[in-house]
Design a protein around this ligand. Structure first.
Ligand code: TXA
Ligand code: MG
Length: 328
């Protein structure tokens, strides 16, 4: 199959209506989309990504009014949706029966979001169905933040990539769930725990802190957020995080790439993510930088731990999941 890159939403819509896959830009990362209500189309997503069949997909909608067409929504979830969407927030809600089981990998919960990307929003509003879309990378590799990243991983497997340029945020959406008068944060993103708590007045509990509570609700091979398996987001080049001067000493003699906010380390090739010192800049450049390093024959990647505030929490989450030690 030939893979084309373009900006034509009419072509994208035609492929999707025919049950084919199209990669779409969002404000977070590129998604690999199919008609969420067509089991055969959704099956193509799992095949193209080589995604485990137990890992559910996010439903992408044109606007928040459509949420109750596909999910049961409590009052607080709807408030969060109206406030944060379109935007990088995904909500977990009880699924309605019109959404096929394959879209949620058999789960009775459905992940929903309205992406804040003009091309994709106009594509969604042309379609008579919502789009199921995981990140548009082969399962286990780094999420794509440009159309070319998608091409690198999926060329020959999908007919069309809708090119919306570089994604604004650069890290996947925040995933949360309202339960028992608290908010469970399943994946950190640019909508922070502080923002969710300030807006809702509810405490925000991190998924790991309630893992016991969650494991009572879901079966063994269906973790609450399966994509939070530790081998996610990993580059091929081994990556270690921590104190850089110390790590450089331990790995002396190797060809090393160092990722930092804005520090020059001797004895390594430096990749500074944000000379403006903004964590949002660092977030938007992280995945592209990891890909670039991965294509450049380094023996090792070392990364600083970033300030653990705002979107820095999500950056630290992604780099710790990319760590070599955790991959096995
Ligand atoms: O920013 C994003 O969320 C991007 C763009 C394309 O929208 N999408 C994305 O999808 O990151 P994906 O599939 O790579 O990550 C979605 C995560 C996975 O960890 C998946 O397990 C989890 O959401 N998820 C989806 N549906 C779920 C469900 N019903 N219950 C629990 N976790 C779910
Ligand atoms: Mg993904």
């Amino acid at each position: 199959m030939q893979t084309a890159i373009g900006t034509d939403i009419t072509i994208a819509a035609a492929f999707l209506q025919a049950g084919e896959l199209v990669a779409i830009p969002t404000e977070t990362v590129y998604g690999l989309a199919a008609n969420a209500l067509d089991p055969a189309a959704v099956a193509k997503i799992y095949a193209a990504k080589n995604r485990p069949s137990f890992n559910p997909l996010i439903l992408h909608l044109a606007n928040t009014n459509q949420i109750t067409d596909y999910a049961e929504a409590d009052e607080m979830s709807l408030k969060l949706a109206h406030h944060f969407m379109p935007g990088p927030l995904t909500l977990l809600l009880p699924k309605k029966s019109n959404v096929p089981d394959i879209t949620t990998a058999g789960s009775h919960k459905l992940a929903i979001r309205v992406p804040d990307q003009p091309l994709t929003l106009s594509l969604l509003s042309k379609l008579a169905f919502p789009l199921a879309a995981p990140s548009a990378n082969p399962s286990g590799y780094i999420s794509p933040t440009t159309a070319h990243h998608v091409m690198d991983g999926l060329h020959g497997k999908i007919p069309y990539i809708l090119d919306g340029g570089s994604t604004k945020v650069g890290l996947e959406s925040t995933i949360c769930e309202v339960a028992d008068n608290q908010i469970i944060l399943h994946r950190a993103g640019s909508v922070t725990a502080e923002e969710l708590s300030a807006f809702s007045g509810l405490p925000v509990i991190h998924n790991s802190a309630i893992s016991q509570h969650v494991s009572q609700q879901v079966s063994e091979n269906q973790p609450a957020t399966p994509g939070q398996l530790k081998s996610h987001y990993a580059p091929h080049t081994p990556l270690f995080i921590g104190n850089i001067p110390q790590l450089l000493q331990e790995h002396a003699g190797k060809k090393i790439a160092v990722i930092s906010l804005d520090t020059e380390y001797e004895g390594a090739t430096n990749f500074k993510l944000a000379t403006d010192h903004q964590l949002s800049t660092a977030a938007s450049r992280l995945f592209g930088t990891l890909r670039k390093i991965d294509q450049s024959n380094f023996d090792l990647i070392l990364s600083e731990i970033f300030p653990n505030e705002g979107i820095g929490v999500a950056i630290n989450d992604r780099i710790s999941r990319a760590q070599f030690i955790l991959k096995h």
